[in-house]
Design a protein around this ligand. Structure first.
Ligand code: FAD
Length: 500
């Protein structure tokens, strides 16, 4: 690295740092395993240097210099990834894209906007909102992630059922390949291969994104919330499937399994259309308190609590429709009919509004839970409708030996939906906690994929899921390896991630 320093510094006009603080701040992300390491005084491998290029030409020159010296380059957005995607496992240079921070004017006829890869999500949405537009992309990490990170990890926002994932919002992308060549993909080609879609989700292993043209929408005129209590997870899933098969596009759909329902709380029904049964009343009053208390007191022994969670069956289902007022209201009515036909009890708009108000709150609670000598992590996978319930059952069964397991289903589509598992565990020593964490992931991801799930819906692959991802590709592995050789012939871009 030292002999490349002068050349790199000249290209980025002095914006290079080898200070320990900069190297430590960028050579990490929010992968919970690295937080367990930090608790043990172990630091994730830092890069040798950080550079802040400001133009596509500067990025191209950085890549060419790295190729000549066989230096690893790791693109860096805001480090909010949770799979170890920005760890400098081979040392090298962190390429921080924050200076790509421009937001162009909205084209109202084509309904699109040009955005730099380093723009933070919250800034983008605020600026668009001030002009009467929205991207419709609201990941829970919107305040700590960039457009480039979204493109690289195929991010999904909370309203993805209506607006799609980030790959559905992209009209074109630009950046630099691992060859050092600049590229800009044609806008949504209707002919020939779609190169943008090949590069999206590549997590810095094929290219460095510097910007994108994204589709925008007028800000919604109205939002309508409604929640239901459904008799079981299966009934709830069937209600959601029917809603999407009917062509309805609610912006938010969230089905909490009984244990997760316990933790999201049970707001009083605003105007239940049916009196709750005795069992439902018991589940709503006594069981949540018992489960919560047991869960907290027996974190190290999940085998005690997980079986008890099966006593509860009733689940909370939340919808939010938005858009033109009359369309949102009509969608809401059709959704209510589907849910009531599945035995749902209408809880009114309260729980949905409450979720919306608190939709980013979990972020603040995570570090505190991690500091309390536990581990907490989430696994989001997706599955087609005929496999969703099987994935749910299999993961709960195997993961339950290592951690408390909660799950909600969100990001629903006509083909299937994502399952978002939360795991909370502990152990007697830090070494035992780390060991349990590793075993949990191997077992849970293995169970999910063998039951028909993808390895990720929106958190990406990074290091955490690299092996499982490669295994899931089957013969497709060769095609990906060939792309890697073409786009990054010297293997300098983010080595090790995605198993490349
Ligand atoms: C509390 C919390 C909640 C979250 N909620 C969501 C959610 O709701 N939806 C969701 O999708 N994700 C969520 N995430 C995960 C994370 O925010 C996303 O993966 C996000 O897309 C990462 O963006 P970033 O800018 O922080 O990227 P980073 O973490 O910096 O990088 C992620 C990966 O992308 C690569 N990369 C970054 N920028 C570029 C670029 N310009 N060109 C090429 N490669 C690049 C990196 O090398 C790395 O491999 C959450 C994370 C946390 C901690």
């Amino acid at each position: 690295m030292l002999e490349a320093r002068g050349a790199l510094e000249a290209v980025v006009r002095g914006r290079l740092s080898t200070r320990e603080l900069d190297r430590l701040a960028t050579g990490r992300d929010l992968w919970p395993l690295t937080l367990l390491w930090l608790r043990q005084g172990k630091v994730p491998p830092p890069p040798d240097a950080v550079v802040w290029p400001g133009t596509d030409d500067e990025v191209a020159s950085v890549v060419r210099i790295a190729r000549e010296r066989r230096l690893a380059l790791i693109p860096f957005g805001a480090g909010s990834g949770v799979c170890g995607g920005t760890l400098a496992v081979h040392g090298g240079v962190m390429v921080d894209l924050k200076r790509f921070d421009t937001i162009g004017p909205v084209d109202p006829v084509r309904r699109c906007v040009d955005v730099g890869a380093g723009v933070m999500g919250e800034t983008l949405e605020r600026r668009l909102a001030a002009r009467g537009w929205t991207l419709g992309h609201f990941p829970s990490s919107i305040g700590m992630s960039t457009v480039g990170g979204w493109l690289a990890a195929r991010s999904a926002g909370q309203l993805s059922s209506r607006y799609g994932k980030i790959e559905d919002m992209v009209l074109s992308v630009r950046g630099v390949l691992g060859t050092g060549e600049r590229f800009e993909t044609p806008e949504r080609p209707f002919d020939g291969p779609d190169v943008a879609q090949v590069l999206l989700g590549s997590e810095g292993t094929l290219c460095v994104f510097t910007g994108a043209r994204l589709r925008v929408h007028p800000r919604p005129e109205a939002r309508v919330f409604r929640a239901f209590e459904v008799p079981s997870v299966e009934r709830g899933l069937e209600a959601i499937r029917r809603v999407f098969r009917e062509g309805l596009r609610p912006a938010v759909v969230r089905l909490y399994d009984p244990f997760d329902t316990t933790f999201v709380g049970r707001a009083k029904p605003a105007s239940p259309r049916k009196a709750p049964s005795k069992r439902s009343a018991l589940e709503a009053t006594v069981l949540p308190g018992v489960l919560k208390r047991l869960a907290i007191e027996t974190l190290g022994r999940p085998g005690l609590v997980n079986p008890l969670t099966r006593l509860a069956t009733r689940s909370r289902l939340i919808f939010m429709c938005e858009g033109e007022a009359k369309h949102a209201a009509a969608e809401d009515r059709a959704i209510a009919a589907a849910c009531l036909s599945m035995g749902g009890v209408d809880l009114g708009e309260g729980p949905g509004r409450e979720w919306y108000r608190k939709r980013y709150d979990v972020n603040a609670r995570l570090p505190r839970l991690m500091e309390a000598g536990t581990f907490i992590d989430t696994m989001e996978v997706s599955a087609p409708w005929d496999a969703v319930f099987e994935v749910y059952e299999r993961v709960r069964e195997v993961a339950g030996a290592y951690a408390l397991v909660l799950c909600h289903f969100s990001h629903a589509y006509a083909d299937g939906c994502s399952l978002y598992f939360s795991f909370v565990g502990s152990g007697r020593t830090e070494a035992e906690i780390e060991d349990r964490y590793q075993q949990l992931w191997r077992a849970a991801l293995g169970a999910a994929t063998s039951a028909g799930a993808n390895v990720s819906h929106h958190h990406g692959i990074g290091l955490l899921k690299a092996r499982a991802y490669q295994d899931s590709l089957g013969e497709g592995r060769h095609a990906l390896a060939t792309l890697k050789r073409l786009f990054d012939p010297d293997g300098i871009l983010n080595p090790g991630k995605l198993g490349l």
